[in-house]
Design a protein around this ligand. Sequence first.
Ligand code: SAH
Length: 344
Amino acid sequence: MNEYMEKLKDEHDLPDEAMLSVLRTDAFDDALFAAADAVRQRVYGKAVFVRGLIEFTNYCKNDCYYCGIRCSNKEIQRYRLDKETILACCANGYTLGYRTFVLQGGEDPYFTDARICDLVQAIRTSFPDCAITLSIGEKSRDSYRAFYEAGANRYLLRHETADNAHYASLHPASLSAENRKRCLFDLKEIGYQVGSGFMVGSPGQTAENLLADLRFLQKLDPDMIGIGPFIPAQNTPFANENAGSLALTLRLLAVLRLLFPHALLPATTALGTIHPQGREMGLRAGANVVMPNLSPTETREKYALYDNKLCTGEEAAECRACLETRVRTAGYEIVTDRGDVRRG
Ligand code: SAH
């Protein structure tokens, strides 16, 4: 055990077999959390960065088996925000101190490249000191370049699972792990700060799959890594599957902090959804980012990626206050600058 912990702390890596042992047992958890917190405090101190999340459309042309906004789900009401509403969300976030806006949505054909570029330019002009993050799925390299030139700085695209067969069991045949990975490498090459990540406990996931996720991330070397438990969503093929566990998610957060000392690791809404103190526990296990919701209260419950999602009834300011308290209770401090990655 000590040998594993020493290696993780000193070399920020472990051989495959040792990594699998760590993933498969709770025996190391306390040591992992303490080591992860020490590394995080060394690199980022007690700082927790905020990213204001704007869920601007729940239309999606894809049909991912786990996702509540998949195109086959006819039970949800679809919405998209117009430019003025999105800019108003940003202005509200700016007042609350946020200097990063994340525009996330389904893959909505209405938002052509021209419309996304127009939106990004408008935000760039109104908020020149803010980072603009897009999270709108798989696009061509040319599209990614156009968004970048319009003023986007960051892109979030979880790889979901690095294993081809496991990927194929979570997605229809029109989507592939290979294309998703291609997107991530294109984004990096263009110059984006890139965030990737995966769901923990998605149906059929094995410890070997998780090991493959870690190895893929080591190859990609992203700036941000978003992980959260899989949570079943009604009216999807996985509606009756079990949710991913709190313990495994926390263990993986700690392992990620040790493998990637400089990474930005969010304590996600999904983590807060499976346990009332999930995000606080995530922060203590190595996470250093929170993503308060800036979407208009009326549309929040329609962005139902999974059941019982948090904060659907709140105003942006309430979200901000709630997170501020949670971060402080966990022993950390919210910082409202752009929160750029600190490379070693
Ligand atoms: N269309 C964008 C945004 C997807 S939603 C894209 O393709 O990247 C953002 C993330 O929510 C997904 O990457 C996925 O990891 C997560 N997610 C979707 N459904 C989920 C579920 N049922 N449980 C937990 N996380 C889910």
